[in-house]
Design a binder for this molecule. Structure first.
Ligand SMILES: Cc1cc2nc3c(=O)[nH]c(=O)nc-3n(C[C@H](O)[C@H](O)[C@H](O)COP(=O)(O)OP(=O)(O)OC[C@H]3O[C@@H](n4cnc5c(N)ncnc54)[C@H](O)[C@@H]3O)c2cc1C
Ligand SMILES: *[C@@H]1O[C@H](CO)[C@@H](O)[C@H](O)[C@H]1NC(C)=O
Ligand SMILES: *[C@@H]1O[C@H](CO)[C@@H](O)[C@H](O)[C@H]1NC(C)=O
Ligand SMILES: *[C@@H]1O[C@H](CO)[C@@H](O)[C@H](O)[C@H]1NC(C)=O
Ligand SMILES: *[C@@H]1O[C@H](CO)[C@@H](O)[C@H](O)[C@H]1NC(C)=O
Ligand SMILES: *[C@@H]1O[C@H](CO)[C@@H](O)[C@H](O)[C@H]1NC(C)=O
Ligand SMILES: *[C@@H]1O[C@H](CO)[C@@H](O)[C@H](O)[C@H]1NC(C)=O
Ligand SMILES: *[C@@H]1O[C@H](CO)[C@@H](O)[C@H](O)[C@H]1NC(C)=O
Length: 634
């Protein structure tokens, strides 16, 4: 379900800075903040917890992670895989929505995002699936040394303890193979497979194999084309979710230098200094109730290069933001953050002696920088926000995976093909399954994640692929972008578009994903979108959500890919192994013409929950926000 495919996303941003905090466990959550912290991390989701955990490995460093959501209470709805998806829209969701999507049916759409210690890893579908090597190699080619597949793989491996599927027979039937050279055996996240398998994946894979799409050997080895049964972030022994909180935080609560506070919303980062192209912010002007001024800077420029190392310091003065070729006269620095429990609560401030690391997800990180005076000048002016740094890229280049649901219910009267639907329609069956889970940690309750997937390349599923890509190539880059974008952003999209056209022509690069939920749905979603959206503040109030406009399918290439995907679904359903399932074609109907498919798409598009790209790791003259050390460009 995953694949961080879009070449240019930067979900976390490092800003240099300075000192202080609150906490859970190691220190009590209600204890006063420390005098100062070396590092402050905003957002304790997947990125934020990994970064704060790694930084606090060195006992002499103090690290504070600040999370807007609460800590979960080990509820079954989070931990038991059968409930995957059930907590969307619940108490751990920000409940965001998009602006009306006029290019579709004019309606808004939900945009679920985790608001909880552990972020998206608490809400997500648990599919543990690395992007294709070409995605990372493209990042590197865009001026980011070390971010290619070879540079990233050791960190993927370091994160996981991989346990192969428990049965050789299942491994053969479902083609679940693995290459030990790309898997970790001692990392924090437990990666494994359920103890129950719906046989529909066998039919689906066999059908696609007949149509010329071989099953991937190991979907985490850098290949990204074709069907695959992907592993999950699942503890192999007790079959529970192995999320960021339980892997990067809970086992480390006794680290007294690692502090986490929850239920605290960061309202802005505090900026001091002058230069760049903006003005100065007074770090003590913002309702500071703890009286701590910024600690004196002892900035070591730690910036999490992809190799986890400190970026090279070419001079004596450590970088506070990233430096331009021409460093100019800027001495802007981030000194801390301001936060509050809620809109009416007193704002507090806390300072960092070294860095503030923004890891609030693609949407809220963009919002936070904008609120703080870092972003497109015209946008900030609209809300009377003092411009510290005019950085046009912040909140632009938004990419998401648009997904269309389908409904092809299989015959439900065939005992050879059990369906997860039975868990909701047959109370006796569900009770048996629950008991089996409780006592043996086996059975259908272990198999909630929809992990029989396919990532199909365009040339292998459509005879129109050359024509679609040549049309994409011939587009003027501004044809489908928001009007009036800064020229640097247009330059960045121009480069991305060329990269996409070249890569999508390959038989090894995924154009779209199929998710099989074993209950008659084969959703299709665009994996390398050409459409670009925006995430802009719509108020100077940090407690108002940003305006999220994914602009799904505004570029017609994305729509053409979905049409080809829906047509190819018909070929899959007509392949003999799938005919056995006796599927009806309800959505879209079997005879839907292209107009009817358009309607299904316009009504059906939803997010696949993967917003990215709003703080692009790109050169400044291509709309970049951060450099390859994730330091904000000045
Ligand atoms: C429903 C769903 C299903 C998904 N399925 C999968 C899947 O199967 N496999 C997969 O790999 N990926 C999946 N994803 C995507 C994956 O979860 C995300 O890519 C990932 O969580 C992003 O990590 P992050 O650290 O950038 O952001 P997040 O994990 O979202 O963390 C950001 C954190 O920052 C906090 N925050 C935001 N603003 C503030 C603020 N102002 N102050 C303080 N804290 C703040 C948030 O509350 C959140 O905890 C799914 C996502 C969702 C929502
Ligand atoms: C599952 O097992 C892990 C150890 O592998 C443990 O940390 C965790 O608490 C267990 N979870 C449940 C719900 O039993
Ligand atoms: C806001 O936070 C304050 C301080 O924590 C608390 O007393 C108050 O009840 C909260 N208000 C709301 C509406 O939650
Ligand atoms: C910005 O400031 C101007 C001048 O004080 C005021 O007229 C305008 O209403 C303000 N705009 C916002 C969005 O607050
Ligand atoms: C419900 O499940 C039970 C237990 O598996 C099974 O015996 C029964 O036939 C099922 N009922 C229906 C209507 O399918
Ligand atoms: C391409 O066209 C040929 C000839 O009409 C047809 O046999 C084949 O199935 C088509 N391929 C796809 C992927 O649709
Ligand atoms: C490519 O563009 C041409 C001209 O607009 C159009 O006729 C053709 O249908 C497009 N090709 C595809 C595959 O959409
Ligand atoms: C159930 O599926 C099996 C395997 O495809 C098939 O042989 C059998 O005829 C089907 N039974 C019914 C009742 O459709």
């Amino acid at each position: 379900m995953v694949r961080s495919t879009s070449a240019l996303l930067a979900v976390s941003v490092c800003l240099t800075s300075v000192a202080l905090g609150a906490h859970l466990h190691g220190r009590d959550i209600n204890e006063p903040l420390l005098e100062s912290y070396d590092y402050i991390v905003v957002g304790c989701g997947i990125s934020g917890l990994v970064v704060s955990n790694r930084l606090s490995e060195i006992a002499s460093r103090t690290v504070l992670c600040i999370e807007a959501g609460d800590a979960d209470h080990y509820e079954a709805i989070i931990q038991d895989p059968v409930y995957v998806g059930a907590d969307i829209g619940g108490i751990y969701d920000w409940d965001l929505e998009t602006v009306p999507q006029t290019q579709l049916d004019g309606n808004t759409r939900p945009m679920p995002q985790g608001k909880v210690l552990g972020g998206g890893s608490i809400l997500n579908a648990m599919c543990w699936n690395r992007g294709g090597s070409d995605d990372f190699d493209a990042w590197e080619a865009f001026g980011n040394p070390g971010w290619g597949w070879a540079g990233i793989l050791p960190y993927f491996m370091k994160s996981e303890t991989y346990t192969p599927v428990y049965s050789d027979e299942i491994a053969e039937e479902y083609s679940i193979h693995y290459n030990p050279a790309v898997h970790g055996t001692s990392g924090p996240v437990q990666v494994s497979y359920p103890k129950y398998f719906y046989p529909q994946s066998i039919n689906l894979f066999a059908g696609m194999n007949l149509l010329g799409l071989p099953t991937q050997f190991d979907p985490n080895d850098g290949t990204s084309a074709g069907p695959a049964f992907v592993p999950t972030d699942l503890d192999p022994n007790n079959q529970t979710r192995s999320d960021a909180r339980r892997t990067y935080f809970d086992p480390y609560v006794s680290r007294s230098n690692f502090h986490v506070i929850t239920g605290q919303h960061v309202t802005r980062v505090l900026i001091e200094g002058t230069g760049g192209n903006g003005e100065v912010d007074n770090p003590t002007s913002g309702g500071n109730d703890n009286g701590n001024g910024p600690a004196s800077g002892n900035n070591d420029g730690f910036g999490f290069g992809p190799d986890g190392s400190t970026p090279p310091l070419s001079g004596q003065t450590p970088p506070r933001f990233a430096r331009r070729q021409d460093p100019g006269t800027s001495n802007l620095r981030i000194s801390g953050v301001e936060f509050a429990t809620n809109a009416s609560a007193l704002r507090q401030t806390v300072y960092a002696t070294r860095e503030v690391i923004v890891a609030a997800g693609a949407l809220h990180s963009a919002q936070l920088l904008q609120l703080s005076g870092i972003g497109p000048e015209s946008l900030l002016n609209q809300y009377n926000i003092t411009v510290a740094l005019n950085l046009p890229g912040v909140g632009n280049n938004l990419q998401d995976h648009p997904l269309v649901g389908t409904f092809y219910p299989w015959a439900d009267n065939n005992a050879s093909y059990p369906s997860p639907t039975e868990l909701t329609t047959n109370a006796t069956y569900n009770l048996q399954a629950e008991q089996e889970y409780d006592t043996d940690k086996t059975g259908p309750w272990t198999a909630g994640s929809p992990n029989g997937l396919a990532f199909n390349p365009l040339p292998l599923i459509s005879n129109n692929s050359a024509s679609i890509l040549s049309n994409a190539s011939n587009q003027n880059p501004t044809d489908y972008l928001v009007a009036g974008l800064d020229p640097t952003i247009i330059a960045g999209f121009t480069a991305q578009k060329q990269s996409l056209v070249t890569r999508l022509a390959e038989n090894t690069v995924a154009a779209y994903e199929i998710i099989n939920n074993n209950a008659g749905s084969l959703t299709v979603s665009v994996m390398h979108p050409f459409s670009r959206g925006t995430c802009y503040i719509q108020s100077a109030d940090p407690f108002q959500p940003p305006a999220i406009d994914p602009r799904w399918l505004t570029n017609p290439v994305d729509r053409q890919i979905l049409i080809e995907a829906l047509l190819f679904n018909r070929q899959i359903l007509a392949a003999p192994p799938m005919v056995e399932l006796q599927a009806a074609q309800f959505v879209p109907p079997v005879d839907a013409d292209e107009d009817a498919l358009d309607q299904v798409i316009n009504n059906g598009i939803r997010t696949e929950f993967h917003p990215s790209g709003t703080l692009a790791m790109l050169p400044l003259d291509q709309g970049g926000v951060v450099d390859s050390h994730l330091l904000v460009w000045v």
